[in-house]
Write a protein that binds this ligand. Structure first.
Ligand SMILES: Cc1cc2nc3c(=O)[nH]c(=O)nc-3n(C[C@H](O)[C@H](O)[C@H](O)COP(=O)(O)O)c2cc1C
Length: 336
């Protein structure tokens, strides 16, 4: 069916489709895309879709909220790129906890070059699990990534080599603990190692090399269960840039904010020619998350761990069609 979306506030139907496509390009744990958008004549509502929560990996839905925060930042930036100022209210109705934000397209004002640059990075950003080139990320770019986190009221801690060593040990412990949990493994197998393009989950083509015992960081094997070409001669970068995105609180609101900070860091990396991937076992297991909190000074709640560097191109992961994630003013056979 040829379906179109109707205007919202000052956005035309075509612009609404564009900004929702940008929102749904956000990363999410195992590519679950745990969001839903409801369009009214004046606003786009962002809802958490808890029916898509990963109850074994993310029982408190913290990472689900991070993913929705990333979608919210994309939505804000895409609205700005269309020349409109978004009026954003986060968690606007305490009685409706699944309503994470309302975004009203308000005044028209041209986007700045910096806003346009970040918005242009949205479709180019992807999770890159392959080895990166050995060139280190220059200090000036590390500073830009830290600044990106701070712009969204987050904090990016760049780990020094001794801290990285401790993180390796914590990641290994967390990874093993998860593999020992049959519910985690069953959930993992449901969402990963997919051969076809089914619009969700992590396809085999997006997996990195087959993990090997000498790897510094234990990477999740997204190719499990599916046939895949073994990447031979792989060699992960000797001095990876590992950053912990932290927040000052661990409330729902702080997690949503952290999702926006995470996404601004990832887009800033993309805009500067950098690739990125996630190492989240350590923040999914309560004990190791607590130890990571102590490792970065005790004042921040670690929300996500990112690896950043210079990578080679990787394919995009699929997304569900907009019609599956948007409700409200969605009408068939109307042109924009
Ligand atoms: C909160 C969160 C945690 C994630 N954890 C991991 C992880 O531990 N390992 C990994 O390889 N990818 C991880 N990812 C990346 C997702 O698998 C990825 O975003 C998804 O498959 C969509 O692909 P894309 O990022 O290339 O668009 C995580 C993403 C988010 C938002």
């Amino acid at each position: 069916m040829n379906t179109t979306i109707t205007p919202v506030g000052s956005l035309t139907a075509g612009e609404v489709r564009e900004v929702l496509t940008a929102a749904t390009s956000a990363p999410s744990l195992h590519n679950t895309q745990p969001w839903r958008f409801h369009c009214t004549p004046g606003a786009i509502e962002l809802h958490a879709d808890t029916s898509r929560a990963l109850e074994a990996a993310d029982p408190e839905h913290r990472e689900l909220v991070l993913a929705c925060g990333a979608a919210l930042l994309n939505l804000r930036l895409a609205i700005r790129a269309s020349g409109t100022v978004p009026d954003v209210r986060t968690l606007p109705e305490p009685g409706r906890p699944s309503l994470l934000a309302t975004v009203r397209p308000a005044a028209r004002r041209p986007a700045t070059p910096a806003e346009q640059e970040l918005a242009a990075a949205i479709p180019r950003r992807r999770t890159n699990r392959r080895p990166f080139h050995h060139d280190p990320v220059p200090a000036v770019l590390q500073a830009s990534l830290r600044q990106a986190a701070e712009t969204e009221r987050g904090w990016l801690a760049v780990l020094d080599p001794p801290q990285r060593l401790v993180l390796c040990g914590l990641s290994r412990r967390a990874h093993q603990e998860q593999l020992d949990d049959p519910e985690f493994v069953a959930e993992w197998q449901r969402w990963t190692g997919r051969a076809g393009d089914v619009g969700e989950g992590v396809p085999v083509r997006s997996s990195g090399p087959v993990p090997e015992p000498q790897d510094e960081f234990v990477l999740r094997d997204f190719g499990a269960g599916g046939a895949r070409t073994r990447v031979t001669g792989k060699d992960f970068e000797p001095e990876p840039l590992i950053c912990v995105l932290g927040s000052f609180q661990d409330s729902r609101h702080a997690q949503l904010q952290a999702g926006m900070a995470m996404q601004r860091v990832l887009l800033t990396a993309t805009a500067n020619g950098l690739a990125s991937s996630f190492l989240s076992q350590v923040v999914e297991v309560a004990d190791t998350r607590r130890e990571l909190r102590a490792l970065i000074g005790g004042g921040l709640w670690p929300q996500i761990v990112l690896r950043v560097g210079y990578g080679s191109p990787v394919p995009a992961t699929p997304r569900r069609p907009l019609e599956d994630v948007v409700t409200g003013e969605l009408e068939p056979n109307r042109s924009s």
